[in-house]
Design a protein around this ligand. Structure first.
Ligand code: HMG
Length: 445
């Protein structure tokens, strides 16, 4: 059977930018280095007053379809992954379909629409659903549109405020894909956790420090589960390893654990041994604390080795370029990381066709998923068509006072009227409420 995977991709950022080191940190009484060095984010993308999860998702899907020369009959399924939904019944995909029907001929009446929820991992789960739908032969030759869209806002003064972001990633899932094909093998790490959740509330309840530990624990389980079906993973098996990136510092921690796992009992561990010793083995320690201390010491030393630094710079660092400029986009985050890596390679004239990607998705609550992807021949043309650099350059740079107003505008508990900071052109905008309190949208030429 033909390969199935991502045939096209489009990224849409919120049109405002909050500079974390220059604008946010001083107001919080914090050192800019907490952002630039610790968390690894320079700025957050935020939505202007006329933007939300629907406009960002619809604008991404619109550009993707226009670039691909698609019409509405080519789309048999629209799945939206989000954790910022404003409607507990009517899925965001219906609002986005309504937008697309405003600008394309025909309609999407015969497309299956839905909304996927599992924190940040639901974007990957939606791709999984589309893959299964196509593989089952139920797609009638049509492709699936997967749209991961979020306004990742935290309550004011929550530590998570440092990691906010807003944007959408639209992906076309089809047979004989141009960007990447997906592996059949997958690994899961899933457990009932209460580290980050939104029990019928807009802003999350977060146990930040614990969420970091849960991310690492579930990711480790997922890698082990993946290896149980696909065999052991080695650093040289993949060109890039794009991971869910709530902030780049999180991926730095995950990469260190991953590398330690991958090189255990290999010639890489042997070659590192004269410099930093061999990895501590649990059975050599009498108690857990002593073992953990030894592991921490080993990882501190490993981090400084040339081998680790080279691998990190090669396989991980390029996945973080866009995240540093936009913050956490929740469901879109791992898909931004993949695009970031491919863009890095395209800009350097690297040939990637046939190369492997090792994808680590994660959602709080909590679940991690690992699968592999193979880069396809059309990847370069598709990635070159992205206009994310222009979008980032054109973002409006917020003052702190403007940021406070914009946060209030998007706070569902506040009714604040604020002038827009950018002028919409050639895009969908939020257009107020309808008679049943539904949100309405219109296309601005
Ligand atoms: P915090 O208390 O604001 O920050 O919380 P911190 O004091 O821990 O500092 C952060 C890092 O900056 C630390 O690095 C500091 O050392 C460093 P680390 O030690 O961890 O490597 N630092 C500095 N470095 C250099 N110079 C300085 C300096 N000062 C500090 N002067 C936290 C940070 C991430 C907990 C907070 O922002 C938060 O709660 N964020 C939201 C939750 C989150 O993002 N969790 C990530 C894992 S869960 C996940 O990914 C799922 C999620 O996307 C949601 C979903 O799935 O739906 C969130």
């Amino acid at each position: 059977m033909a390969d199935v995977g991502i045939d096209a991709i489009e990224i849409r950022t919120g049109k405002l930018a909050l500079d974390l080191a220059e604008t946010f940190a001083p107001e919080m009484g914090e050192a800019p280095e907490k952002y630039t060095k610790g968390l690894g984010i320079y700025s957050s993308s935020l939505p202007d007053v006329y933007e939300d999860i629907v406009t960002m998702g619809a604008n991404a899907a619109h550009r993707l379809m226009e670039r691909q020369g698609l019409n509405l009959n080519d789309v048999g399924r629209i799945d939206v992954a989000t954790e910022s939904a404003f409607d507990n019944s009517k899925p965001v995909s219906t609002y986005i379909a309504g937008c697309l029907e405003q600008v394309f001929d025909g309609n999407l009446h015969h497309a299956n629409k839905g909304e996927r929820k599992f924190a940040c991992i639901s974007g990957t789960q939606s791709i999984d659903d589309a893959y299964n739908w196509i593989r089952a032969g139920r797609n009638r030759g049509r492709a699936a549109l997967v749209i991961a869209t979020d306004t990742a806002l935290y309550a004011r003064d929550d530590p998570g405020e440092a990691t906010q972001g807003a944007g959408a990633v639209a992906m076309l899932i089809d047979t004989d894909p141009d960007v990447v094909s997906l592996s059949k093998e997958q690994g899961y790490g899933s457990a009932d956790e209460t580290d980050f959740l939104k029990p019928n509330q807009q802003f999350p309840s977060v146990d930040g420090k614990r969420s970091v530990q849960v991310y690492l624990a579930r990711m480790r389980e997922a890698v082990e589960d993946y290896e149980s079906v696909a065999g052991d993973v080695r650093p040289e098996d993949f060109r890039f390893a794009p991971f869910h990136t709530p902030f780049p510092g999180m991926v730095r921690k995950a990469a260190m654990l991953g590398y330690r796992h991958m090189v255990r009992d290999t010639d890489i561990e042997d070659s590192l041994a004269p410099e930093i010793g061999r990895q501590p083995r649990r059975e050599a320690f009498e108690d857990e604390d002593a073992f953990r201390d030894a592991v921490r010491e080993y990882m501190d030393a490993l981090k400084e080795t040339d081998q680790y630094r080279e691998w990190f710079g090669h396989a991980i660092e390029p996945t973080l370029d866009i995240a540093r400029e936009v913050g956490n986009w929740y469901t879109g985050s791992v898909h931004v990381a993949r695009a970031s890596a491919l863009k890095h390679a395209a800009e350097r004239g690297e040939e990637l066709t046939g190369e492997g990607l090792f994808i680590g998705s994660y959602g709080s609550g909590a679940q991690a998923e690992i699968h592999a992807e193979t880069v396809q021949e059309g990847w370069h043309e598709e990635i070159e068509a992205l206009d994310i650099d222009t979008q980032l350059d054109e973002r409006y740079d917020l003052s702190f006072a403007e940021y406070e107003e914009i946060h209030d505008v998007h706070n569902h508990d506040k009714a604040v009227e604020v002038e827009e900071l950018t002028a919409p052109t050639g895009e969908f905008v939020y257009d107020g409420r309808g008679r049943m309190n539904e949100r309405k949208y219109r296309y601005v030429d």
